[in-house]
Structure formats: structure tokens, C-alpha cells
Design a protein around this ligand. Structure first.
Ligand code: ATP
Length: 226
């Protein structure tokens, strides 16, 4: 009999330009709430919804992520998307990961401001067959306190259970959506890029190693960012 425990892993997709303490704290809180063994950060190569000419090159975003997660044994990085040079769609990444690790129980972690538009994602129905979802109430966004299913999902998913911080919905294929209430930190990458450009401090918004990397390599102050 195979008694090996299924791995429960969070998959946290994003541009991470740069990764900040808001991302790290959210991942840590969700990991605890859902008893995940690991959270893998998945930096996007060319984010489908962002202008590629304004995005920091993949290698530097990856360097910053490595510095940021290096001291947490329960955090890892999946470089599948960033190694591709074309636009990266979540459905393709999930297919790839599920193909290699069919027994893993995945939770795709996403802020509620993005989850609200899930029906605009490529092959969005398929996403729920490949992974569970952990939707985080991102601090500072309207509706942050609400655990609300987007209209497109209301026929397929129904209320399942809840505890203090997480409300679960499930569909007939037993895919789960976990609305996770986190304390979080109201920080965005946009705010950090703006601060650096205008010479303001980013101390305590990103890990010290990431701050040092940004300043040493003139990320966000180089000519291409002007
Ligand atoms: P930008 O300001 O450039 O749009 P961002 O700060 O939103 O960047 P992304 O890399 O685009 O960061 O976000 C990746 C994921 O992390 C998204 O699901 C987003 O909702 C979530 N996220 C970003 N910032 C926070 C935060 N402070 N707390 C919780 N979740 C966050």
C-alpha cells in the first residue's frame, strides 16, 4: 500500500516586479490556513495583462525572488513560465505541473481583484479541473472583506464549509475554492517602483536583500524605466 502523503502545495503566480513583503506575508498566511506543505512562486515571463516593455527582465525578477524566499524552507520557485519566452497562461502551467505531479493537491493562490475577472482567463473552466483555488482578500482593495463567487461560477460552485478565516466552496468534481481572510500588508509593486524612481525609501516594504539588489543594480531608475 502506498502510504506516501499527498503533497499539498500553493502555487502563487505573479509578475513579482518586484516581489514585496505583501506577497511573502500573504503566502505565509495562506500556507498556514490551508496547511500547505509548500508554496511555489511562479514568476510570469510576459504577463498576459501587462505591457512587456515596462516589465523588468525575467532574470532580475527571478534573482529578487530567490533572495526573498531563500530563508523559508516552505517557499520555493517554479521557473516554468519565466523560462518560456512567450506569454504564459495559467492553464498551461497547471497542465504542465499536474502532468509531472499528478498526485499533488494544488491551490492556485490569487488576489480577489484578479479572481473577480476569472472568466477572462484562457480556458478558465479547465483551471478548476486542474487545481483548487485560494483567493486572498487583498488588503486595500474594494470588496476585500467579501468572500464572493464571481457571477460566472455561481451555478457551478456551492457553499461547502468555513472556519474562522477560510470559507470553502466546491463543485461537483470536488474542486475547491477557498476564500482566505488574511491580515496581510497593503503593499504593491507599483508603489515600490514609484518610490525607487522618485528616490524615496523602500525599507520595510521588501526584504533587505531585495532592497539592496534594486539599489545596486539601478532597477527602476535605469533609462528604460523613465
Ligand atoms: P503591480 O502593482 O505591478 O500590479 P502587484 O503588487 O499587484 O504588482 P503582482 O506580482 O502583480 O503584484 O501580484 C501577484 C499576485 O499577488 C496577485 O494575485 C496579487 O493579487 C497578489 N498580491 C499582490 N500584492 C499583494 C498584497 N499586498 N497582499 C496580498 N496579495 C497580493
Amino acid at each position: 500500500m502506498n502510504t506516501r502523503k499527498k503533497e499539498r502545495a500553493g502555487l502563487f503566480g505573479g509578475t513579482f516586479d518586484p516581489v514585496h513583503l505583501g506577497h511573502l506575508r500573504a503566502a505565509e498566511e495562506v500556507r498556514e490556513q490551508l496547511s500547505l506543505d509548500m508554496v511555489y512562486f511562479i514568476p510570469a515571463a510576459v504577463p498576459p495583462h501587462k505591457d512587456p516593455s515596462h516589465t523588468t527582465p525575467p532574470r532580475e525578477r527571478l534573482d529578487m525572488l530567490r533572495l526573498a524566499v531563500g530563508d523559508n524552507p516552505r517557499f520555493g520557485i517554479c521557473d516554468y513560465e519565466i523560462k518560456k519566452s512567450t506569454a504564459s497562461y495559467t492553464v498551461e502551467t497547471l497542465r504542465h505541473l499536474k502532468g509531472h505531479n499528478p498526485d499533488s493537491d494544488y491551490y492556485f493562490i490569487v488576489g480577489n481583484e484578479l479572481f473577480g475577472e476569472i472568466e477572462t482567463w484562457k480556458e478558465w473552466r479547465e483551471l478548476f479541473r486542474l487545481s483548487n483555488f485560494a483567493v486572498i482578500a487583498r488588503p486595500g482593495y474594494s470588496g476585500a472583506k467579501e468572500a464572493k463567487l464571481p457571477l460566472a461560477l455561481q451555478n457551478d460552485f456551492s457553499y461547502y464549509k468555513e472556519n474562522d478565516n477560510v470559507k470553502f466552496y466546491r463543485d461537483n468534481n470536488s474542486g475547491l475554492i477557498a476564500f482566505s481572510r488574511i491580515k496581510g500588508l497593503e503593499i504593491s509593486s507599483t508603489e515600490i517602483r514609484r518610490c525607487v524612481k522618485s528616490g524615496r525609501s523602500i525599507k520595510y516594504l521588501v526584504p533587505a536583500s531585495v532592497e539592496e539588489y534594486i539599489l545596486r543594480n539601478n532597477i527602476y531608475t535605469r533609462r528604460e524605466y523613465q
